[in-house]
Design a protein around this ligand. Structure first.
Ligand code: FAD
Ligand code: MG
Ligand code: MG
Ligand code: MG
Ligand code: MG
Length: 455
């Protein structure tokens, strides 16, 4: 056992040591996976490593449970609780998958090689190299959409990665403390305590909801002199928030936000972003300036540079600027032996973890069937079919909304019971017992002690 060869006595190390796992076999074909997010991890959890040598390349050596990221911006949950080291997944049981913490910077479908670069702060003498693949699985997700607007990257905070949540949490407390600074000018207090969210999709809505809870539960208690100055505004270009939900739940969300004094400005387009204010075109086509202390930008996805590079290499087959075109078997159009799943693809489905997970699972089964067919077994490869399990969102003050497909119809529910359901669904979808344990612990901790208001 691992203990016997001196690798610690923790349960976690049981059967996880590379010496107990199958070595790389030159006779097997190599599958290189790009990414360590939802799509990649779902694929890795079910790929049969008896059939293939598997290798993962990602600049992040952990998986991030994104649905609970908005809760980390205000400290309801701590970031480390929703991160899972990738090696817990790549070295699980007899699975033996190599991991390189690096970014893939180019893909050459002709020579079937990829270029990888160590993008971390600390590097060794080798930080660029190429590796060959037999099959490539692209699961690199997407970039933040800025519509090319100047100032967004400079002044706004995104909400996609660990460092985004950290930045928001720090800036939020920075704004509050500066607003409370001795003899602060009243209009500056109003500006600093104005939290503006751009984008009325699930990320923007859930973030505004978490922020509201933090103001009500914690900040108003610790900063009573500022309590009536806090303001949250959500800016959305479309006529309503959460377009993927039923109209009943959209109304329920908008009325809950009204009760919670979150101002929702619909049909409002951001035109300019500066360091202390944004300029918007409001519903009546007037140009209005909105001063802010904290600006969070959640307006959706656009392709990453590597995605664009690959599309340009096979541009006859790649005709959509919005993402990689794949066929019903997740094969990249124009690039044989490359598969793509999740947010980096242009597909008929919404860019969600739910879709990426199902595609990852599906692709692992395709690889399994291919191997069995080579063994001479009679197998058939059927196209990918998405099965929608429903949409859920947290909307603040212990209320959530859910649109669930149910007995050929749809059920739309909202309220406190839905919130309990929302929590249980997220908990049961967490990848490991360890994550579940940590998140439940954080929820209990913030109930008992309140959220941590230190910067
Ligand atoms: P990701 O999970 O983003 O993974 C991409 C991976 O690729 C990352 O590990 C990244 O580091 C890596 N990578 C990037 N560039 C390179 C490169 N050049 N080379 C190698 N690796 C690279 N979906 C839901 O279904 N339900 C929800 O409740 C939900 N809530 C969300 C809340 C937030 C705040 C956010 C941001 C998203 C939410 N989503 C939700 C959407 C969901 O997170 C995405 O759809 C999902 O992450 C897509 O999976 P993916 O594998 O395509 O990309
Ligand atoms: Mg991924
Ligand atoms: Mg992820
Ligand atoms: Mg390094
Ligand atoms: Mg300050």
């Amino acid at each position: 056992t691992v203990g016997a060869i001196g690798y610690g006595s923790y349960e976690i190390y049981n059967k996880r040591h590379p010496l107990e796992q199958k070595p790389f076999d030159p006779k097997k074909r190599t599958v290189v996976v790009l990414g360590s997010g939802w799509g990649a991890v779902s694929f890795l959890k079910s790929i049969n490593t008896d059939d293939y040598n598997v290798m993962v390349v990602s600049p992040r050596n952990y998986f991030l449970f994104t649905p609970l990221l908005p809760s980390c911006t205000v400290g309801t949950i701590e970031l480390r609780s929703i991160m899972e080291p990738i090696r817990f997944i790549t070295q699980h049981k007899t699975r033996n998958v190599k991991f390189y913490e690096s970014e893939c910077t180019d893909i050459d479908p002709e020579s079937k090689t990829i270029s990888i670069t160590d993008v971390s702060d600390i590097k060794g003498s080798v930080s660029n190299t190429t590796i060959p693949y037999d099959y490539l699985v692209m699961a690199i997700g997407a970039d933040n959409q800025t519509f090319g607007m100047a100032g967004v990257r400079e002044y706004a905070c995104f909400l996609k990665e660990v460092w985004d949540a950290q930045k928001i949490r720090t800036r939020l407390m920075d704004c509050v403390e500066s607003a409370g600074f001795a003899k602060q000018a009243p209009e500056e207090v109003d500006r600093l305590l104005h939290m503006v969210v751009v984008g009325g999709g699930p990320t923007g809505v859930e973030y505004a909801a978490e922020l509201h809870d933090f103001l009500k539960d914690d900040l108003e208690v610790w900063y009573p002199e500022l309590a009536d100055k806090f303001k949250i505004t959500l800016v959305e270009a479309l006529p309503n928030v959460l377009p993927m939900f039923s109209s009943q739940l959209i109304q329920y969300t908008e009325s809950t936000f009204k009760q919670n004094k979150i101002e929702v400005l619909t049909k409002t387009m951001v035109k300019e972003v500066a360091d202390k204010e944004i300029k918007v075109m409001d519903a009546n086509k007037n140009l209005v300036s909105i001063p802010y202390g904290l600006l969070v930008w959640a307006t959706g996805n656009c392709p990453r540079p590597l995605t664009r590079k690959l599309m340009a290499r096979v541009k006859e087959a790649q005709t959509s600027p919005r993402g990689i075109l794949v066929d019903d078997y997740m094969r990249v159009a124009g690039a044989p032996d490359i598969y793509a799943i999740g947010d980096c693809t242009f597909s008929k489905y919404a860019p969600t973890a739910q879709v990426a997970t199902q595609q990852g699972l599906y692709l692992a089964s395709v690889f399994e069937n291919l191997a069995r067919m080579e063994d001479g077994q009679n197998k058939k490869i059927t196209p990918f079919e998405y099965s929608h399990q429903g949409s859920l969102a947290y909307i603040g003050s212990d209320k959530a909304i859910a649109d669930l497909p149910f007995l050929n119809g749809n059920v739309s529910v909202g309220g406190v019971a839905t919130y309990v359901f929302w929590r249980s669904v997220y908990i049961s979808n967490m990848f490991s017992f360890r994550n579940r344990f940590l998140v439940v612990g954080d929820w209990m901790k913030s109930k008992v002690f309140g959220r941590d208001v230190s910067r």
